[in-house]
Design a protein around this ligand. Sequence first.
Ligand code: SAM
Ligand code: SF4
Length: 486
Amino acid sequence: MENIIKDIDIISGEEAKTCDFKVTADENTGKSRRLYIESYGCQMNFSDSEIVASIMKETGFDTTSDYKNADVIFLNTCSIRDKAEQTVRKRLSQFNQIKSANPELKIGVLGCMAERLKEKLLEEEKLVDMVVGPDAYRDLPNLVGQVEEGQKGINTFLSREETYADISPVRLNSNGVSAFISIMRGCDNMCSFCVVPFTRGRERSRDPYSITKEAQELFDKGYKEVTLLGQNVDSYKWSPQENNKARLNKKASEITEVVHFSDLLEMVAKVNPKLRVRFSTSHPKDITDEVLYTMKRYDNICKYIHLPVQSGNSRVLDLMNRTYDRDWYLNRVQKIREILGEDCGISSDMIAGFCSETEEEHQDTLSIMDIVQYDFSYMFYYSERPGTLAAKKYPDDIPLAVKKRRLQEIIDKQSILSMIRHKREIGQVQEVLVEGVSKRSTEQLKAKNSANKVVIIPKGDLKIGDYVKVKITDCTSATLFGEIIN
Ligand code: SAM
Ligand code: SF4
């Protein structure tokens, strides 16, 4: 079974990271009803599919990796760019044939596309039986029941509290070493290009004790790495009285205990020193020095920060409503270097050709890349999304050919920077975690270093899940190569 991480194409441009990987569920174990799930888009969607599988398991559904054997097919969708939605539409048309051969088969569209299009999706895609938004997964068994009685099933209610904190996810396609833990849902930022606040609703933080319990359970089962997931993890804020960020801030005077992201990070790091902790995504306006100092204090918190800049130009950042400017961003990077040093990995997301972006402003993106020296980036050209602030306020006026050319320049720049960053690691001795077998040779293993880089090493006597010290001997712009230090 494929490990999802290796399917993510790090710097392939328009579709990189968020819309490229597709995951199928585990083999069924022989129960009568079978569920097949595909996840599109971000890691959060993948994590949600694990929650969906858990909810459906309670109702007697096992997962299958073969859609031809399924009684129910769910597509967990992404709306972040138009292309992501088109990919799902194409997939639905493929399922058309299966449905005509097996009219009993039920098909559901879950996630952001369901939330964005609601009933319209049932009208437009006739074979779809269920449309279920990201906060309505507890209702899935009920909706499946409705569909089995001949009705259509729809629930796109967005909750202000739901975090699925009590649900223990069924791990899909797991390598048994690394797992995602969702720590918050929704987003209260209003980046003008972004559809997420409309499809995933208000920001809510999950009970930290349920998070540490999940991390402990994973460690007890042999997992060695957890990634804490949220649209904006640095904005995590929880109290026993309130988990909704906006309401928590309003009630500040009544609140006794507050857990911030730096506290949560420490709590998870303390689960076990042999459990690596990662997190994503950090918003430049919210990442605090406390988080950086907490990372420094714990060896098992990986020294890697995904800090999307989007643009290197302050006017464009203002139009994007990112609430920071170029200087603020560079100041945050300087702090990371001061506190965590040069080896800390930094990656970014970049959007080429946002509304009214000039050539000079595009040059600012290239120059900020040079200054920061990103280890890698997820790079896209701007795709206007209906209903967003940018779609309402600013014409999408950069021709596609120009967007694509600017994106290519960003990709080329990143490729050079990745090579520079990799080369400086040659000769270093690093501890890496073995995550799987290399695609190229069964005699080689794929491991990860703290900075989130893939290190290919000889198999030796090593097993998946082992920590090992290696010396970096060679690199490409995408991969490091190492030898085992005895
Ligand atoms: N919450 C994260 C943050 O603020 O950095 C980002 C989450 S978003 C799912 C992932 C990335 O998709 C964004 O960082 C942005 O680069 C890209 N993206 C979002 N909306 C886009 C759009 N309309 N066109 C192109 N890229 C977009
Ligand atoms: Fe979208 Fe901005 Fe929220 Fe990220 S922080 S999910 S880009 S609105």
